[in-house]
Design a protein around this ligand. Structure first.
Ligand SMILES: NC(=O)c1ccc[n+]([C@@H]2O[C@H](COP(=O)([O-])OP(=O)(O)OC[C@H]3O[C@@H](n4cnc5c(N)ncnc54)[C@H](O)[C@@H]3O)[C@@H](O)[C@H]2O)c1
Length: 336
């Protein structure tokens, strides 16, 4: 089967590409490289042991998408392309709605025109907003505290409307919790352009001495040590969750929202201590004020993924920290 991955050279896309290619599928990566590097294509090819197709393009270019779907006989799309920085979305909401929502409409139009009716969408636990109960299951109400979060809700809703309008569509919205860690070869991992938005790459860069210290936003939450609790999921578990979702779409129709998380939360201080213990490097930090919109705790009820996809996360926090650290060291070697 031929699978198109929008945002395929990004952090999550590159790991999904490897997991899916290793099942024998043909992979086409489609990305405008606004937040990734073409070099990852070579790394994926090296890991899977065969070449793959990369198209440099924007998801708002419906014509190029149509040509790509047709030329490669694409059967399923994994739609990961999007802007993802919460703070930036507050400053530039039009860019976020334009890129994420308009981009998805363009992709869906191209798929409709080419008769491709199966899509896996990268949604996020951010769609649950302020939790009313924990752990979060898929029946929890949706709300958002940023244009980024709202763009994910808008996309989920437009995908649901499409599925209702035409029952031949099969759509899975995977609500990721906090992806972290790197591929087992340590050739690929989270290597963001500019300042990292996520905790794990930030901790890793401090441990490597690339940044002086980590800023911990708030130590007065209602949690055991006062710092925020999150559900960190190993990137390879997440990638395998996509492989399971692709299989599920093969035999199901309609619209489905499914959490991909572990159900096991860790605080920011626990993450720092775990990383220090695995790496042997110090991670200096300072406490600053809470960021607007940050919630005390956010973690998944992952039962639906288990029952519907037959998937559950297998890797632990130590493996997340170890792979992140080894990836950072491999990266430093490469750049020498
Ligand atoms: N990383 C996380 O913590 C997290 C959590 C929940 C959901 N998500 C979602 O998962 C998806 C992938 O996230 P990621 O962490 O790999 O981010 P990433 O920035 O590493 O990857 C996204 C990719 O999309 C590309 N892209 C952006 N706009 C595009 C456009 N208009 N046309 C073509 N390509 C475009 C970027 O160049 C990048 O390679 C995103 O949709 C993100 O919102 C991520």
């Amino acid at each position: 089967m031929s699978i198109l991955l929008t945002g395929g050279t990004g952090y999550i896309g590159s790991h999904v590409a490897v997991a899916v290619a290793q099942l024998g599928h043909e992979i086409v990566l489609y990305d405008n490289l606004s937040n990734s590097d073409e070099a990852v294509v070579t790394q994926i090819a090296q890991i899977i042991g065969r070449p793959l197709t990369f198209i440099r393009g924007d998801i708002r270019d419906t014509q190029l998408l149509q040509l790509t779907l047709r030329a490669h006989g694409v059967a399923v799309v994994v739609h990961l392309a999007g802007l993802k920085a919460v703070g930036e979305s507050l400053v530039s909401p039009l860019d976020y709605y334009g890129n994420n929502v308009q981009g998805t409409i363009s992709l869906m139009q191209a798929m409709k025109a080419e008769g491709v009716r199966k899509i896996v969408f990268s949604s996020s636990a951010t769609v649950y907003g302020q939790p009313k109960y924990l752990p979060l299951d898929e029946a929890h109400s949706l709300s958002a505290t940023s244009p980024y979060g709202r763009s994910k809700i808008h996309i989920e809703e437009l995908l649901r409307d499409v599925a209702v309008s035409d029952p031949s569509w099969s759509i899975a919205c995977l609500r990721y919790f906090n992806p972290a860690g790197a591929h087992d070869t340590f050739l690929m991992g989270d290597n963001p352009k500019g300042t990292p938005n996520n905790l794990m790459p930030f901790i890793a860069q401090v441990a490597m001495g690339k940044r002086a210290r980590l800023e911990v936003f708030g130590d007065d939450f209602e949690t055991e040590d006062g710092t925020g609790l999150r559900d960190y999921i190993h990137i390879m578990d997440l990638a395998e969750g996509h492989a399971a979702a692709l299989e599920f779409l093969g035999s199901s129709q309609g619209w489905h929202a499914i959490n991909l998380g572990t159900g096991q939360p860790y605080s920011v201080l626990q993450m720092i201590r775990s990383f220090e213990s695995v790496s042997g490097a110090a991670v200096p930090f300072e406490i600053s004020a809470r960021r607007p919109g940050d919630v005390a705790a956010c973690y998944a009820n992952a039962n639906k993924a288990k029952s519907v996809l037959g998937w559950a996360a297998k890797r632990n926090l130590r493996e997340i920290c170890e792979s992140t650290w080894r990836f950072q060291q491999t990266l430093a070697q490469r750049l020498k």
